[in-house]
Ligand binder design. Structure first.
Ligand SMILES: [Zn+2]
Length: 209
C-alpha cells in the first residue's frame, strides 16, 4: 500500500496517519520531518536546505522530491503525509506507483471551530479545547494553575487564510488524482474514530483489489 493522505490543517490527518501506521504497519513519511531531520544531520543536502529555511524561502522542489524518493526506495508500505504539494511534485513521483490517495474533506466552519476552541496555558506546555478537552476550571490550567490563552495562529482569520491557501494548493492535486481514478474522499467532519473507521475501510477495500 502506497498511500497519500491529503487534508487541510485541522482535518485530523495526523491522528489518522498515526493509527494507520500502527494498525496496518505502514511507514509514516512526513516531508516536513524529513527536511528537519536532514538539517539536523548536517548532511550536504541538509546544509543547502538550511540556507533556504534561514532565508525564509521555500525549499526547492528537487530537494523535497529527492529526499522522499530516497526514503521510500525499495519500500511498498507507506503513507506520504504533507507531500506531494503540487502537480509538479506529483509528476515527479509518478514512477512510485501510488496505490491510493485519501482526501479528508472538512468544511471551513468545522476547521475554524476546532482551532478556535484550542487553548494553551501561559507556559505553553499544556493544551486544551473548550469543547473537546476543557480544563476543570474555566480559563485555568489544570496542571500549573496558569491562565489559558489562545495562540495567535488559532484565531479564525488566520485559520481562514491557511484554509484558503491549502485549497488553492491542493485542488489541482485532487483533480489530478481523480483523473487517475485513485482518489477517495472521506468525510473528515465527523468524530475522529468514525473518520478513522471510514479511512480504514477505504484502505482495506483498495488492498483487496
Ligand atoms: Zn500548564
Amino acid at each position: 500500500m502506497k498511500l497519500i493522505l491529503l487534508g487541510p490543517p485541522g482535518s485530523g490527518k495526523g491522528t489518522v496517519s498515526e493509527k494507520l501506521e500502527k494498525d496496518l504497519n505502514l511507514l509514516h513519511i512526513s516531508a516536513g520531518e524529513l527536511l528537519r531531520e536532514e538539517v539536523q544531520k548536517k548532511t550536504t543536502i541538509g546544509k543547502d536546505i538550511k540556507e533556504y529555511i534561514d532565508r525564509g524561502e521555500l525549499v526547492p522542489n528537487k530537494f523535497v522530491v529527492e529526499m522522499v524518493k530516497l526514503e521510500v526506495k525499495n519500500k511498498d508500505n507507506y503513507i506520504l503525509d504533507g507531500f506531494p504539494r503540487s502537480i509538479e511534485q506529483a509528476k515527479e513521483i509518478e514512477d512510485l506507483g501510488i496505490t491510493l490517495v485519501i482526501y479528508l474533506e472538512v468544511p471551513e466552519k468545522i476547521v475554524i471551530e476546532r482551532f478556535a476552541g484550542r487553548r494553551v496555558c501561559k507556559e505553553g506546555t499544556h493544551g486544551y479545547h473548550i469543547k473537546y478537552l476543557p480544563p476543570k476550571k474555566e480559563g485555568i490550567c489544570d496542571q500549573d494553575g496558569s491562565p489559558l490563552v489562545q495562540r495567535k495562529d488559532d484565531k479564525p482569520e488566520v485559520i481562514k487564510e491557511r484554509f484558503r491557501i491549502y485549497h488553492q494548493e491542493t485542488q489541482p492535486l485532487i483533480d489530478y488524482y481523480t483523473k487517475k481514478s485513485i482518489l477517495k474522499k472521506v468525510d473528515g467532519a465527523l468524530a475522529p474514530e468514525i473518520v478513522y473507521t471510514a479511512v480504514k475501510k477505504v484502505v482495506k477495500k483498495s488492498l483487496s483489489r
